[in-house]
Design a protein around this ligand. Structure first.
Ligand code: SF4
Ligand code: SF4
Length: 363
């Protein structure tokens, strides 16, 4: 079992908010609805009320509508820990879930069945009509490379096991080019972030305990998906480090061939901004000679956070539109370091993890 952690109470967390409103322009739901109740400040006021007046029941629609994107936290001058407050509140007041969301959450926690389902999806994908293709077709996968490394463990995740397979192998290729190595512990699973945001604290705790055991004895866990980092930081039991940031620390050992004037567009996920890893990606890509990089302007959350494309497809689409509209017309590839964003943004043009792109130009 995980050692007990002392966390501030919900009331204490909510009290940190000084109600300045500086987070409001950064909140995607406030941007669409223009209502205080759909803003971080409005939700914190509701969560404070729920904490101070326990026993309230009912459907808290505006709280359920929060994407958990953490953009409000990045903007907050008072360092309000919004996500821990949201996770604690949802554990007591879970959002209303559709049967599809419940089924996906169950599947995320049962990885061998999830991988089987995605393998089947890959096989039938060409036969399906576009409305039955909620996700891009997964690429074929192979066994994880053998490694005896005991310092670095790579986080594999749930849907990322299949969808991030190539990016993970690209990362190992880049890491080995710097003289370092990493292992892929098999007993790990989903980070539990989707379960936490859905108020399924028991399931999230079980996933956290499995990951804690899987990473025991390693010096650090390297994570490719910025969206998985928060949940892992609470469970891994060892330091959790962004894979791109780790590689950046060894970047002088990497040699790249020319990209011959290729133009790529770089998307910065909300969670990468929150964790401060957005700038690192640009610095790493800039080491590839003759590569033109356009950094997408911040047009807001792409709508791909957690289960949001499933729970509110219309709003997820509305949030995606300005992101794709900002992609320059001559770009042939979009790079994004978070798996949820890549799965959501894929379709109009190919989307890749920056690590996969970098490994392609390794000299
Ligand atoms: S987590 Fe995102 S959607 Fe939720 S209140 Fe904060 S900015 Fe708004
Ligand atoms: S969450 Fe932070 S930025 Fe938003 S109103 Fe409260 S103190 Fe201000």
């Amino acid at each position: 079992m995980l050692p007990p952690q002392k966390t501030p109470s919900r009331a204490d967390l909510a009290r940190q908010c000084v109600k300045c409103g500086l987070c409001l322009p950064h909140c995607p739901t406030y941007a669409l609805a223009g209502m205080e109740a759909e803003s971080p400040r409005g939700r914190i006021a509701l969560m404070a009320d729920l904490a101070e007046n326990p026993g309230q029941t009912g459907v808290f629609r505006h709280l359920d509508a929060c994407l958990g994107c953490r953009r409000c936290e990045t903007a907050c001058p008072a360092d309000v820990a919004y996500e821990p407050l949201l996770v604690q509140t949802r554990a007591l007041h879970p959002p209303t879930l559709t049967w599809r969301e419940k089924a996906v959450l169950w599947l995320l926690a049962h990885k061998s069945l999830l991988n089987g389902a995605l393998g089947f999806y890959r096989a039938v994908h060409p036969l399906l009509s576009p409305s039955w293709r909620p996700l891009p077709r997964p690429a074929p996968t192979a066994a994880e490379p053998a490694s005896t490394a005991r310092e670095n463990a790579v986080f594999i995740g749930c849907v990322a096991d299949i969808y991030e397979h190539n990016a993970r192998h690209a990362f190992l290729q880049l890491l080995r080019a710097t003289g370092d190595d990493a292992a892929f512990p098999a007993a790990q699973g989903c980070c539990g972030q989707a379960a936490r945001h859905a108020g399924q604290s028991g399931r999230a705790a079980a996933l956290a305990a499995a990951n804690h055991a899987a990473f025991s004895g390693f010096a650090r866990v390297l994570v490719l998906a910025s969206g998985c980092r928060s949940a892992l930081e609470d469970s891994a039991g060892v330091p959790v480090v962004d894979a791109l940031a780790y590689l950046a620390g060894r970047a002088e050992k990497l040699q790249f061939r020319s990209a011959e004037g290729r133009h790529v567009t770089l998307h910065t996920p909300c969670t990468a901004s929150f964790h401060g890893s957005g700038k690192v990606v640009h610095a790493l890509l800039s080491r590839i000679p003759d590569l033109h990089i356009t950094v997408l302007p911040d047009t807001g959350c792409c709508g791909g956070a957690g289960l949001h494309p499933l729970s509110n497809p219309a709003r997820a689409q509305a949030l995606k539109t300005p992101v794709l509209a900002a992609v320059p017309g001559d770009a042939d590839l979009l790079l994004s370091s978070n798996i949820g964003c890549r799965l959501h943004l894929a379709g109009t043009l190919p989307v890749q993890h920056p690590l996969e792109f970098m490994a392609h130009y390794l000299a």
